[in-house]
Design a binder for this molecule. Structure first.
Ligand code: FMN
Length: 220
């Protein structure tokens, strides 16, 4: 698959086949993603692949914490508000999803169901956690973002689907304890990974993008 096709065809996958990705392939995907650029080649990324019973236990723990009303404690707090331009794009996504699914995405019961689907890693066989030392600067968060995108594109090139998930870091403290990740690391992102279930409508939505004129200018 050429790079342009890979970038254009990637989309977030939220339904997976019940079939693990072979360990060699997971290792190859991570190894290739390590070619991502980083500030002074500092490579500020650490990766944990969680599968099998450990992943199942993690899902159960997060769902139980949610059911008990335990407050969220993400290392990177969710934005409290957005500037107008970005908020308008979020609103467009919600409206597109509402039309596509026919569900009221502001309904608390639907929100809880969506959170639990996130905590179940949408049925993916693997949950990839990305983390780094908490003392690193915002540049290192930027670098970890580059790493995450490269990882998802390499997976896409290999026919493997992914979805980046901030939600699965909501209980960062408990997750780090469960996975024996030191408390002084920041848990930045989870990525569910597996073979896409192409028949599932959850994977049918193609999200929109703003026109290039809205985000790019050319000066001479
Ligand atoms: C940093 C980040 C966090 C995200 N968190 C979630 C999440 O918690 N749950 C989820 O289902 N999707 C999540 N997404 C996926 C976005 O909703 C998705 O990338 C966006 O709507 C564009 O759609 P696409 O990936 O299909 O192109 C996240 C994406 C990013 C980059």
């Amino acid at each position: 698959m050429d790079a342009l096709t890979c970038i254009t065809n990637r989309r977030s996958i939220r339904a997976f086949q019940d079939k693990p990705v072979p360990r060699d392939l997971l290792t190859e995907i991570i190894t290739t993603a390590c070619r991502s650029p980083s500030y002074k080649n500092s490579q500020p990324w650490q990766v944990m692949v969680v599968s099998g019973k450990k992943k199942q236990g993690l899902s159960e723990m997060m769902i139980e914490l949610l059911d008990n009303g335990t407050p969220f404690c993400p290392d990177l707090p969710a934005p409290a508000s957005w500037p107008e331009t970005e908020q308008a794009r979020i609103d467009r996504l919600i409206s597109q999803r509402t039309t596509y699914t026919g569900m009221d995405l502001n309904d608390p019961a639907i929100i809880t169901r969506a959170r639990k689907a996130n905590f179940s890693f949408y049925g993916a066989p693997h949950a990839i956690y990305l983390y780094q030392d908490s003392s690193l600067s915002p540049w290192s968060l930027f670098d970890l973002g580059l790493f995450a995108q490269t990882l998802m594109l390499v997976a896409q090139a290999k026919g493997i689907g992914t979805v980046p998930q901030a939600f699965v870091t909501d209980y960062a403290q408990q997750i780090k304890e469960y996975l024996a990740i030191p408390a002084d690391k920041r848990l930045v992102l989870g990525i569910s990974m597996g073979y896409p279930d192409q028949e599932d409508p959850a994977n049918g939505l193609r999200t929109q993008r703003s026109p290039v004129e809205e985000i790019a200018s050319f000066v001479e």
